[in-house]
Design a protein around this ligand. Structure first.
Ligand code: G5P
Length: 224
């Protein structure tokens, strides 16, 4: 029976977690789970957790650990037969410990991107709220300015990409990420990639994963 593969991708806001994890999911057939998408789904559905989370995101703050674990751990429990890649969780040491108590990770990717690059990217990012499609006015602009390529509907800038929330998000990341990075380094599963362009980082991630991911991955496992 092939072993399943569980990985996490970490990095500050705008570091390319979403872009790279989409590529990994497509290339290696992993299920991509995104904490940000879970939160946005809950906000859109007006759940209690979503209403609470919105008040933090609007201020550029992390959503409290108990809300995040309540949202995400049950989702992971449904994934015992799948290999997955988690984008954006854990974000705090408490979340890393909660994840650790439910599952063994095989690999952690940490993106190390200069601050000025992050600011530039995020202030240029627009999304199509109904589908979650993401555009960047420089890197991957829509065919028609301000409009989604598929539906033609208007694009919006997310509350947490607006300048006031952005500064707080970037400042906070560094403080909370350090103990998690130290934890995964001590476990020998951390791989850090540095650079200013996703397209230049991607080949290194691709070759690392080519050596790590088992060819088949849809069987039972000991996770949870
Ligand atoms: P999210 O949704 O997880 P963030 O803030 O971690 O959001 P974000 O902003 O989505 O991360 P990313 O996924 O790292 O960024 O990067 P991306 O979306 O792929 O790329 C950013 C932009 O740059 C895009 O427009 C992309 O096209 C462009 N880009 C990529 N590569 C390049 C390049 O090489 N060049 C150029 N020019 N552009 C490029 O979480 C949202 C909020 O939810 C809460 C937090 O409040 C968070 O802020 N949250 C949690 N709170 C507590 N605990 C958790 N675990 C939480 N998870 C989410």
């Amino acid at each position: 029976m092939a072993k399943l593969f569980r990985a996490v991708i970490m990095g500050p806001p705008g570091s390319g977690k979403g872009t790279i994890s989409e590529r990994i999911a497509q290339r290696f057939g992993l299920t991509r789970l995104s904490s940000g998408d879970f939160i946005r789904e809950n906000i859109a559905a007006n759940t209690d957790a979503g209403v609470l989370a919105k008040t933090y995101i609007e201020r550029g703050l992390l959503v409290p650990d108990h809300v995040m674990t309540r949202l995400l751990l049950p989702r992971l429990e449904e994934m015992t037969r799948h290999s997955w890649l988690m984008d954006g969780f854990p974000r705090t040491l408490a979340q890393a410990e909660a994840l650790n108590s439910t599952c063994d990770l095989d690999l952690v990717i940490s993106l190390n991107i200069p601050y000025e690059t992050l600011k530039e990217r995020l202030s240029d990012r627009w999304i199509h709220p109904a589908s979650g499609r993401v555009y960047n006015m420089g890197f991957n602009p829509p065919h028609v300015q301000g409009r989604d390529d598929i539906s033609g509907e208007p694009l919006i800038q997310q509350d947490d990409d607006k300048p006031e929330a952005l500064v707080a998000r970037l400042r906070h990341y560094k403080d909370v990420a350090k103990p998690i990075i130290d934890l995964y380094k001590s476990k020998g599963i951390l791989h850090t990639f540095s650079g200013t362009e996703t397209d230049r980082i991607w080949p290194y991630i691709n070759s690392l994963l080519s050596t790590k991911i088992p060819s088949t991955s849809q069987t039972d496992t000991q996770c949870i």
